[in-house]
Structure formats: C-alpha cells, structure tokens
Write a new protein. Sequence first.
Length: 383
Amino acid sequence: MTASPSFVVIGDVAGRRVAMFQRALERVGVPQARVISYPDVMDGHLGELGSETILRLESPGGDFEAERRFIARGYDEEDDLDTARFPPERVRWLEQEPGRIHAPRQWYLGYRALLRELEASYPDVEVMNHPADVAVMFDKRQTHARCVAAGVPVPPDVGPVASYDELRARMRDAGVRQVFIKMINGSSASGVIAYRAGRGDREVAVTSAALVRGEGGEPQLFNSLRIRRYTRRDTIAEVVNTLCRLGGVHVEVWIPKASQGGRPFDLRVVVIGGHARHVVVRQGTSPMTNLHLGNARGDMEELRGRVSPEAWGEMMRTCEQAMGVFPRSLYAGVDLLVQRNLEASAVLEVNAYGDLLPRVLFEGMDTYEAEIRAAVASWEETS
C-alpha cells in the first residue's frame, strides 16, 4: 500500500469503540485516526477535510455533554410528531442520571440536524456510513418503510400509535394480541416493551424501562438491566403514554422467535460492503435479546447444524437486502428474527452502530478491521 488515507472519527473520544477502531487501524497498517467529539464538531472544530480523508461516524455513546447538546439543538427543529419539547435553558441544567430517558425524539432531531450539516459541508468527502443513511437508520418508522418498499421481510406494523388507548384500538383493528413497542429513535432496547393483551382484562408488558416518580410526581422512565413485568393496566398505560410523549413509538406485530437451549434467540449480522460477514447468536432470558441486558451469546455451531444451508443462505441474503436500502453506506448491524420453523426470518433493526462485536472474527478479522480494509479499497478505487 503506497499511499494511505487519513481516517477521521467523530465519536466518544474516550469510548471503547474508538479505542478498538484505533487498534484495528494499527493492525491494518494505517495511521491512527484523528478523533473529535460531537460537541467539538458542533463548536466548529472539525475544519477542512481533504480528498485523502475517510470520515467515520461513531456512536455518541456515553458522552452526556453530546446528549445535552443534541437535545438543545433539537428544540427548534420541525417535526411531524407531537412530542414533549425541552427548552435549551432547561436542558442546560439536566444532570446525568444513569439510564434516564430524557427526550429521545428531541435528541434525534438535534442529531439529525448535525448529520444534515455534515452532509452539506462535506459533500465530496469519503464516508464509511453516509450521514443521511445514519439519520434514517436511527428512525425505525423510516427504516421499516424502506424495507417494505424494497421487499425486505419485516414484522408488520400496526399503524401510528400516540397513546395506550390508540395502541389497544390498533391491535383490535389488526386482530393481533401481542406486539413489540419500540421508541422510534431508540437503541439498545431503550424503552422497548413486549406487550401481550390476554383474554378479558389480563395484559402484560415486559420491558427494561423502569417507571419512577419525579419530585413533582411526574412519571419518569429509566433504562435498567433488570427486566420488569407490569400487569396492572394503569401502570402499563402510563409507561406507554410516557414513551409516546417523550419520543413517539413504532409498533410491530410480535412474531415468536426460534429457541436454542430453551431460550428465544435472534441474530446480529454485520453486513460490510454488501456481504453478510460477522454473525452472533443472541439468546434471551426474556423477549429482549440484547447482550448488554445480561443475555448470552448462543452456540453458532449448534444452530448451523439445525438450519439447512439453503435457509441460512436466504437469511444472510435477507440481511444483505436490508443493507441494500442504504446504498451509500459501507456497513451496519442487522438484527434478524429467525422464526420457529428455522426457515422464515424477518429484519427487526438496521443499526448504524451495530458493529461492536468483540472477539467475533470473519476470515480472521474483527468487524473494525474488515470495515477498514473495505473502506481503504473503496478509497483507492476512487483516488
């Protein structure tokens, strides 16, 4: 390699993701990336980016200052949803409370504004994931609609929902008894509810969201590593209504997942350069399979022994097809639901930052190294 590109990473400077990416650059033999935080970008410190630059957008992660700045910036952004707005003077005094769901929709509007600014300011810079694609991946409604339009299998949605009462009405109209309720702009299972309406007055909501009372008695939601099970209608209604108020929700039919070792599972598949590569089986002790909730990685060898080669190939093609609706982006993590017959599947999420899979290798490379090599190859073709 006679010439090397210059990587620039926007992300959490002290975060694990950036450190792993820097180590991958070293293994590939590419100079270390210049890393700049989101607050510094918003303060105008990114500067000029030359033709040798490859720009990587990384997750803001645990950067609370970035969270506050995005929420403040989103206050004046136009939106088609009627969600709570927190004025900048109030946002300025927000304190970091672990797990607190502050203003996810307003946060997204601020983040989207920055992504649009990056797209307009650096139209000719090589990007690993295009800012406009990242904005759509962070919106579950838009991602779902793109997949439907492209013929990618996804769980059916039940239509717009703005309250608990609307949820029940939509479910009745659709003839379904169980759904997944997701914050439109949530990630990492934030605020996700697996909801089942039983016979009569019985119902249950399984979620990682903890409902607590603020000093004035107002409902607040916190993400928790402990899965909660709510069965009282008034409590469930309050959780759903609070999610709708803070961030808006996207509601999909709950399709039962296949199981391994008596536990439901799904797949996280990282698609790089149009090809499904790194795959992890995520086993759940609840309907949520996210690994950070204490769930375990499943047995890939055992699963491959149960799934026919034809079905597995179709699953991987489904993930590649989902990535294909974002043609300007190099990679993403696709969450794939495998149905109980081990043949049918459906795309649950397309995650712009879903490539953090430590110790998972494909052809001897982790996700970051594979992405770097693919990005460098693309840069060399166009340079």
